[in-house]
Design a protein around this ligand. Sequence first.
Ligand SMILES: NC(=O)c1ccc[n+]([C@@H]2O[C@H](COP(=O)([O-])OP(=O)(O)OC[C@H]3O[C@@H](n4cnc5c(N)ncnc54)[C@H](O)[C@@H]3O)[C@@H](O)[C@H]2O)c1
Ligand SMILES: [Fe+2]
Length: 368
Amino acid sequence: MHFYGKTKICYGKYALDTLEEVYCTRAFVVTDPFMVKSGFAAQITSHLERRDIPVEIFSDVEPDPSLETVKRGALAYAASKADLVVALGGGSAIDTAKAIIYFACKAAEELPRPVLAAIPTTSGTGSEVTSISVVTDKQNSVKIPLNDDMLIPDVAILDARFTRTVPPSVTAATGMDVLTHAIEAYTSRNHNAFTDILAVEGTRYVFSALLRAYQNMEDMQAREALLLGSCMAGMAFNNSGLGLTHSMAHALGGQFHIPHGCANALLLPHVIRFNSFDAGVRYRELARIIGLPHSNVEEGTSALVNAINSLCDAMKVPMRVRDLKVDETAYRQSLDSMSIHAYNDLCTKGNPRRPSLGDIKKLFEAAW
Ligand SMILES: NC(=O)c1ccc[n+]([C@@H]2O[C@H](COP(=O)([O-])OP(=O)(O)OC[C@H]3O[C@@H](n4cnc5c(N)ncnc54)[C@H](O)[C@@H]3O)[C@@H](O)[C@H]2O)c1
Ligand SMILES: [Fe+2]
């Protein structure tokens, strides 16, 4: 067993100020258009320019970043000669920054790896502490997870002020991503004592803060709790791996461009029931920890599923694929290919129950 945590995590009030402690001579900021429009990107540049550090901004990141965007970013980054990359945004911006570094350094071995500072603006992916970057091959409608320790950010700056503007629907979806990370890390075949602590805390933070942040965007206590929970769940799954919910969400999201957190939310209850023979004791334990009925494994597992469904219901998160503007014929025609992608996805290895291709197809059918 092992636990690896390389990222220096800076959090709390004025956490952004710690960017001034990161040594660099030139900086390259990877972000999305909203961050420029909202003035968040300017917050970063002003911190760097105060130290006379030249800054270049690459702000072309789109949700579910494509390989094409990454290629353009890698060329711009290599030309910038930056020794610091700042990733500002949700999982899409942070993953793009990681993939830019990955491809630029692979293409030119003489290029030293820059320092990577990640500033998450959603409480969701935990990408600020993980070795993973998910990019989308749009031609083949498939998400490709890159996994390499060189992608782990050196610094994560958790400053909840950047998450204050996340709209309720994105708060809900990204929060359900955190919950799925925490639950899948807790029940993964490769969980250990260290990942358990982080996964449990991640679960607690979601159940105590997500609905509050959804109902009141400016509840900063809830925002701070979610940002910490997201980071903890990220640290947990970076060591334990995930499970079948994520494998299936990657396949579903790659094919139908459903937000990652929404895909997880609607698949999670199906996968929990599917895993209940192998992981029921762990689900019951989570139910106990968050104060749900848990007199036996069946009751604890059902209570956890009901709590997830109620939370999603309260946040108007669609819990069936048919409620997501997906064409039924296209969905049914994609069942085989999505099942194959999910079966071969790296996350499937961590799932407590070994699924067959047929099992995965049935789960996709049930999720319609
Ligand atoms: N690297 C990992 O470990 C990992 C884990 C899970 C998922 N992912 C990937 O991360 C991506 C999803 O990331 P995400 O869920 O954070 O969403 P995202 O980064 O795609 O952002 C979603 C939307 O929210 C907007 N947004 C972000 N921050 C905002 C803010 N503060 N205020 C207002 N709007 C804001 C963005 O502009 C965007 O339109 C997917 O590609 C997914 O596959 C990566
Ligand atoms: Fe995720």
